[in-house]
Design a protein around this ligand. Structure first.
Ligand SMILES: C[S@@+](CC[C@H](N)C(=O)[O-])C[C@H]1O[C@@H](n2cnc3c(N)ncnc32)[C@H](O)[C@@H]1O
Length: 315
């Protein structure tokens, strides 16, 4: 299945990197501590990806290539709780891959798991090798993410499906708007609800979507030193899917049916938890979310709301 170029195998990991000096900027221990792989989180992710492909009319069996597997939140779930026959998990980082191998060896896997070190921009496999390509929280780390999606197209079988869980600009712009509004309203409150540190975090969130848009429009090669590079506009991704030859594209949101205000608040609460800010501090600002509810209406089917949504590309 590999394309035949020279590769090394060590401790069950096949090294298919073309440039071994290219690595992630993430600190593996720090990332793992913050993202905590539990049986519950792995099971939920595996179910989500399986349901997405079955929702597209394809059985959640067959061969999966996972890119940017990292510490294994999705991989562990796929290995222990899914019906896929083969999981081919990969990452650029030897340190992440060591951690992932140890983690997978502790599980009672239902399928065969293979490990690769590789650059998701290259995917050195024979065309048409996989039924599915999955990536959770990987594309926005790649300066030239279009290459990774094109590579996924190449290694998919006809009718194969690629699914990527990513931050979507359409919603995150509203989260930035809410954070910026709250930050401005703080300045006129006699007693601020937020500490200086927390106000600084609100400011960062307020500026975030504009910065990510500028990254997308600027010099991509200059982004190598920035870890989280992008948020993806739905319309751009749809256009790219067409350009690359995919027959179908969809974006699936976990928040369909909710109101925009509730979904945006849920996004801010998630950020607050990550930054150790008490979500109850949003209570005096409920009007900001109610206003979004009023002006935007309910979330339509397939509209991307929530910090993360799932891009689905069908070959
Ligand atoms: C944010 S982590 C996501 C990890 C995991 N999928 C999860 O959801 O926890 C991004 C991962 O992408 C990997 N990565 C970064 N650049 C890559 C590249 N060019 N090719 C393959 N993996 C890459 C990093 O090593 C890291 O493990």
């Amino acid at each position: 299945m590999s394309c035949g170029h020279v590769c090394r195998e060590e401790d069950g990991v096949l090294d298919l990197r073309l440039d071994a000096s290219f690595d992630t900027l993430l600190d593996v221990e720090e990332y793992d501590a913050a993202h905590h792989v539990t049986d519950g989180s792995a099971r939920i992710l595996a179910r989500l990806y399986s349901d997405i492909v079955t929702g597209k009319g394809k059985a959640a069996t067959g061969k999966v290539l996972e890119i940017g597997a990292g510490s294994g939140n999705l991989t562990c779930g796929l290995a222990e709780h899914s019906e896929f026959a083969e999981i081919h998990c990969s990452d650029l980082s030897p340190a992440f891959m060591r951690l992932l191998c140890q983690r997978i060896k502790m599980l009672s896997c239902r399928n065969t798991v293979h490990f690769y070190l590789l650059d998701a921009n290259e995917l050195p496999f024979v065309p048409g090798s996989f039924d599915f390509v999955f990536g959770h929280s990987i594309l926005h780390h790649l300066a030239h993410f279009e290459r990774a999606i094109a590579a996924a197209y190449r290694v998919l079988k006809p009718g194969g499906i690629a699914v990527f869980g990513e931050p979507v600009m359409d919603t995150n712009a509203l989260i930035s708007l809410a954070a910026g509004t709250i930050r401005m309203m703080e300045t006129v409150r006699p007693v601020p609800a937020f500490t200086r540190r927390e106000q600084a975090i609100l400011e960062v969130v307020a500026r975030r979507s504009a910065e990510k848009r500028a990254n997308m429009e600027g010099d991509r090669d200059a982004l190598r030193q920035i870890e989280d590079k992008f948020m993806f506009a739905l319309a751009d991704m749809r256009h790219l899917a067409k350009e690359l030859g995919f027959s179908d594209f969809d974006c699936i949101s976990p928040h369909v049916g909710k109101g925009y205000g509730a979904a945006v608040k849920a996004g801010l609460v998630q950020i607050f938890r990550q930054c150790a800010i008490d979500p109850a501090k949003l209570d005096p600002y409920q009007a900001v979310f109610e206003n979004l509810e009023l002006t935007m209406g309910p979330v339509a089917d397939r509209h991307p709301v929530g910090m993360f949504s799932y891009f689905v590309f069908v070959k």
